[in-house]
Design a protein around this ligand. Structure first.
Ligand code: OOG
Ligand code: MG
Length: 252
């Protein structure tokens, strides 16, 4: 039996110290990996962080191919991870941060485990361009599926642009991730499960199965539409999403 609390302490300390750790040697089941994630998040909540929603991972082929994994995963988001749109992140607080272009949802109503796409859409209060800063706590950003789940699916920080009209059709919106004014990744919201709203439906199912059903006010990050880009100090990162707007931040 894996010692859930010990492993949770290991990934949590790696995050706090911004120091990489080795991949977990213990063979974990998927259930154990999520138990480690939950236990590491309890440590963060005990330090005063508040859960604000969840993030989905590996919802696009581009992300699955980049990381060599092909199963959808999820992680918890807290208020401490939120970076103001137009604000900055401190490179030194991270191990080896990367950024990826996403779409965020904010809910105005709770979502049960099973919802149709139409019902999920009705619960959405706003959609926004979003940048996720992922930072695996494992050396060289290499991990197995259970490793990354235990590490809160590499959640690290996020920037959400202004909330836009929730009735915007998200099925095929151009997304451009620019670094220092240069387009680095160009994609479409269609890369996210054909339509990011499907990621929200999956999020509702997974969160409810974990005993934490999505609530009004929760933020859901739909997952990267393209491969992630490595960050370095001094960069200015901007995401532009057709019809819904932009989000940006700087790396200090
Ligand atoms: C795992 C997290 C994946 C996404 O949007 O697909 C993810 C990772 O790539 O480190 O956040
Ligand atoms: Mg992501």
């Amino acid at each position: 039996m894996a010692d859930i609390a010990t492993i949770a302490e290991r990934v949590d300390s790696a995050m706090l110290n911004a120091g990489a750790i080795e991949q977990l040697a213990e063979p974990l089941s998927m259930e154990e990996a999520y138990a480690v994630q939950a236990a590491s998040m309890q440590r963060r909540y005990a330090r005063g962080e508040r859960r604000i929603g969840i993030k989905m991972g590996f919802t696009s082929r581009a992300k699955m191919i980049q990381m060599g994994l092909d199963e959808m995963i999820w992680g918890r988001l807290t208020d401490a991870m939120l970076v103001e749109d137009g604000g900055s992140i401190d490179f030194g607080r991270f191990v080896h941060p990367r950024v990826e272009p996403e779409i965020a949802f904010i809910l105005k109503d709770p979502l049960p485990a099973t919802v149709t796409l139409a019902a999920a859409l009705l619960a959405v209060g706003g959609v926004a361009p979003a940048l996720e800063i992922i930072d695996s706590r494992y050396q060289n950003f290499r991990f197995s599926l259970t490793d990354v789940v235990a590490d809160n699916s590499s959640s690290s920080a996020l920037v959400i642009g202004p909330w836009a009209d929730p009735s915007t059709n998200l099925s095929n919106l151009g997304m451009i991730l620019e670094i220092d004014g240069e387009p680095k990744q160009i994609g479409s919201s269609a890369a996210i499960l054909g339509n990011p709203i499907r990621s929200l439906v999956a999020a509702a199912r997974l969160a409810a199965a974990a005993g934490e059903p999505l609530q009004a006010g929760d933020v859901v990050m739909a997952g990267g539409a393209t491969a992630a880009e490595a960050l370095s100090p001094g960069q200015h990162v901007r995401l532009q999403v057709q019809k819904i707007g932009r989000a940006e931040f700087r790396v200090k």
